[in-house]
Design a protein around this ligand. Structure first.
Ligand SMILES: C[S@@+](CC[C@H](N)C(=O)[O-])C[C@H]1O[C@@H](n2cnc3c(N)ncnc32)[C@H](O)[C@@H]1O
Length: 240
């Protein structure tokens, strides 16, 4: 059985096969869209901000997953948020009242202005505005290091979790890429499992996730140590 709060270097179809029905409360997934955006041609696309070229990821973004992937995703999760579904909606033959619009504030480029996610929720369409364009990011003081060609910001996933997940929920990301989604889960105190088939991107993402988890643990341990020191000195000084 797979353990929670881990990123696995495996094909998500194999991973999901090991999991019981409706095991996850929410799946937030960002599958290949089938438009060839694997990262290898990023540099030619923008006049505003020079983008890096990356190693192409598994499958070169040539095909979205087959219908059986979506059937399996819906078997293992109660609710789903599926990025890029406007590119392959015929493979998810279910109407949605609640699409999510991420306005990336791309400026004058031939990249899309927004990305769309299909959701299984019955609430209204919602928009999240967060600049994310090459070196230009919404939060320039706390810039995220980009390790993956189609990396989404942690802030986007944090916003999603604040709106569509609740305390105690288990979250699945079948195509974790840079692990931004898993870092957002960890920060929100939600349990998660992620899959990433590409070994190179898995290694970089797992490092990113581990550093995040260690960092928070170190901060917490330091806080506890400070608290203990303060309590002890208060006792010795007769304070209380
Ligand atoms: C669109 S990217 C995900 C980007 C991610 N949302 C992020 O913020 O970094 C899709 C990822 O899925 C991976 N992938 C493709 N097929 C897969 C499969 N069958 N199982 C697991 N991962 C897969 C690719 O290697 C790629 O890294």
């Amino acid at each position: 059985m797979l353990e929670m709060n881990r990123l696995y270097n495996m094909d998500c179809m194999e991973g999901m096969r090991e999991l019981p029905d409706k095991f996850f409360d929410l799946a937030v997934v960002d599958v290949p869209y089938g438009i060839g955006e694997d990262g290898s041609k990023n540099k030619e696309r923008s006049k505003l901000a020079v983008a890096k070229n990356y190693k192409a990821f598994h499958g070169n973004d040539l095909q979205p997953p087959e219908c059986e992937y979506f059937t399996e995703l819906m078997r293992v999760s109660k609710n789903q948020i599926i990025w890029g579904a406007n590119h392959f909606i015929s493979r998810i033959p279910v109407d949605s009242h609640c699409w999510i619009v991420w306005d990336k504030e791309n400026g004058e480029t031939d990249f899309a202005d927004c990305e769309l996610a299909w959701t299984s929720f019955h609430t209204a369409v919602r928009r999240f505005k967060y600049r994310w364009h090459g070196m230009l990011q919404e939060d320039m003081k706390n810039k995220e290091i980009r390790i993956h060609p189609t990396q989404k910001p942690i802030a986007l996933y944090s916003w999603i979790l604040s709106k569509y997940a609740k305390r105690g929920d288990k979250i699945l990301d079948t195509h974790a890429g840079s692990a931004s989604s898993l870092i957002a889960c960890y920060r929100a105190g939600l349990d998660f499992i992620g899959f990433e088939i590409d070994t190179e991107y898995y290694t970089a993402a797992n490092m990113r996730l581990t550093v995040e988890m260690e960092q928070i643990r170190i901060n917490f341990d330091e806080l506890q140590e400070e608290q203990e020191e303060y309590t002890q000195s208060s006792i010795f000084e007769g304070g209380g």
